[in-house]
Design a protein around this ligand. Structure first.
Ligand code: NAD
Length: 484
């Protein structure tokens, strides 16, 4: 098989030789073979990338000063260039992280151009100046200005969509960006760099520097960065928040989760199974907002356990490039070890394994774990409290609605969640009491129009919606004197 190899980094609008010969090797989670390599950015490369982004931002005639209409034209071309590469983007994500190809086509190939157009249009529709008659006689002219040079640090699980939750609003607002992809998913990031160059994004506006956590930490702390936007683990988020606190640097953090699906006693289980799959086990269980705690009414507990068990055991596990595969491998051997550690913990703490728990038979290579369900546990079990980031669900009983909410809200995290009922308004009333940034009723999707993000250990700040644009702007007020 031919491998995908790059030997240059995309910095300052050009492919440049890296400062060192260090490489990041990418391995297939399915075959475990090497599938590509890219240069590992060093601190010297970060300096160059941030320097380029700084110059591009500070240029008195540069990107930040353009009319939103001019930026929208370039972002439209960027969206088109991404569309031209959508199939290859999806394929690259799938061969790197094991995301089922049909999902990669939607999330990774499909979503980024939608986000670029959405935020570019939002800038066109936004009033340029908000003129406010003052209470003290004068007039206040309030504008939103681009916040500056953005450091974007992203994870491997949904690499392109998460990148564009940051890039689309940042670029539309007039910011310049240095993005650091995770080491596991670099090949899609280099394709994105190619698309940006083909679209004619001005030099320095977007720079791509792959590396590990040390390089990420160096970028976050770099003196020429004005704003940090991070998605990843809660542990890394805390470290980044400390750095940004010390530097008084604005930061947005999208972190981990342990969300709950509350199944009310009138839920239509048969009609809900397809959507329940999408909220519990999508992307092999590697999405931060997944509802990995399924809360079931005591009166229907056995029935729900059976239905979730049947769902998990019916899923097709295998090569994620196969269009009918529902569960692919986990991203890495390390991630599989982590997930298997939690499965062992679930058993040792006395939860009942109803399906899964092993590596699937017939997969000689690949970091696969069977979709796994645990029942007969309460919310204090380790597997009900900690984020596993794999295809492992817990089904926990509750006595009534208040008890369901008590359990759902008894979590260190607060990112997603869902409520399921034959009565949408009843479910919506329960959803309003779930303590998290977002909750779905009888389904869950991150609609671009509405803010997405978490509370508690799930992070701070929001992406998507106008709020997601405002995260890359600061407010500027001019006080005009009273007339006359
Ligand atoms: P991770 O935090 O280890 O890595 C994420 C990214 O941050 C990578 O690019 C990594 O190189 C970088 N990084 C790590 N430590 C850093 C530091 N101290 N300073 C700067 N950069 C650093 O997470 P992971 O294991 O790659 O991803 C899985 C985690 O991400 C899960 O916990 C998951 O819940 C979370 N996640 C959250 C969201 C969300 O939107 N809330 C989305 C996806 C993933």
């Amino acid at each position: 098989m031919t491998t995908i190899d790059y030997r240059e980094l995309f910095i300052d609008g050009a492919w440049q030789r890296p400062a060192t010969s260090d490489l990041i090797e990418v391995r297939s989670p399915t075959s475990e073979a090497t599938i590509g390599s890219v240069p590992a950015a060093s601190t010297a490369d970060i300096d160059r990338a941030v320097g380029a982004a700084r110059r591009a931002f500070d240029d008195p005639k540069g990107w930040a000063t353009w009319h939103p209409k001019q930026r929208a034209e370039v972002l439209e071309r960027f969206a088109t260039e991404l569309e031209n590469r959508a199939g290859e983007t999806a394929r690259r994500v799938t061969i790197q992280n094991g995301m089922p190809i049909w999902l990669a086509e939607q999330f990774e190939g499909g979503f980024p151009p939608i986000l670029l157009r959405y935020f570019a249009t939002m800038m066109l529709d936004a009033p340029e100046i908000d003129e406010r008659a003052g209470m003290l006689g004068g007039t206040a002219l309030v504008t939103r200005q681009p916040i500056g040079v953005v450091a974007a640090v992203v994870p491997w699980n949904v690499p392109q969509a998460i990148s564009f939750l940051k890039l689309a609003p940042a670029l539309a607002a007039g910011c310049t960006v240095v993005i650091k992809p995770a080491e596991e998913t670099v090949l899609d990031a280099f394709l994105m760099a190619e698309a940006s160059a083909a679209a004619g994004l001005p030099a320095g506006v977007l720079n791509v520097v792959p590396g590990g956590r040390e390089i990420g930490a160096y970028l976050v702390e770099h003196p020429a960065i004005d704003k940090v936007s991070f998605t990843g683990s809660t542990a890394a988020g805390r470290t980044i928040a400390e750095t940004c606190g010390r530097l008084l640097r604005p930061v947005t953090l999208e972190l981990g989760g342990k969300s709950a699906a509350i199944l009310l006693d009138d839920v239509d289980l048969d009609a809900s199974m397809e959507s329940l799959f999408a909220v519990t086990l999508l992307n092999n269980g590697q999405i931060c907002w997944l509802n990995t705690r399924v809360l079931a009414p005591q009166s229907r507990y056995g029935e729900v356990v059976d239905a979730i068990t049947a769902l998990a055991s019916s899923l097709k596990v295998g090569d994620p490039l196969e269009p009918t595969t529902q569960i692919g491998p986990l991203v890495s051997a390390r991630q599989r070890e982590r997930v298997e550690g939690y499965i062992a913990k679930g058993k040792s703490e006395g939860a009942r394994l109803t399906t899964g728990g092993k590596r699937p038979a017939g997969t000689d290579t690949g970091w696969f774990v069977e979709p796994t369900v645990f029942a007969d546990l309460d919310n204090n079990a380790t597997i009900a409290r900690e984020e596993i980031f794999g295809p492992v669900l817990t089904v926990i009983p509750f006595s009534d609605e208040n008890d369901a909410l008590r359990i759902a809200n008894d979590s260190e995290y607060g990112l997603g969640g869902s409520v399921w009922s034959a009565d949408v308004s009843r479910a919506a009333a329960v959803a309003a009491r779930v303590k998290s940034g977002t909750v779905g009723v009888n389904h869950y999707t991150n609609d671009p129009v509405a803010p997405f993000g978490g509370i508690k250990s799930s992070g701070m700040g929001r992406e998507l919606g106008p709020e997601g644009l405002h995260a890359f702007q600061h407010l500027h007020t001019v006080y005009l004197p009273p007339a006359g």
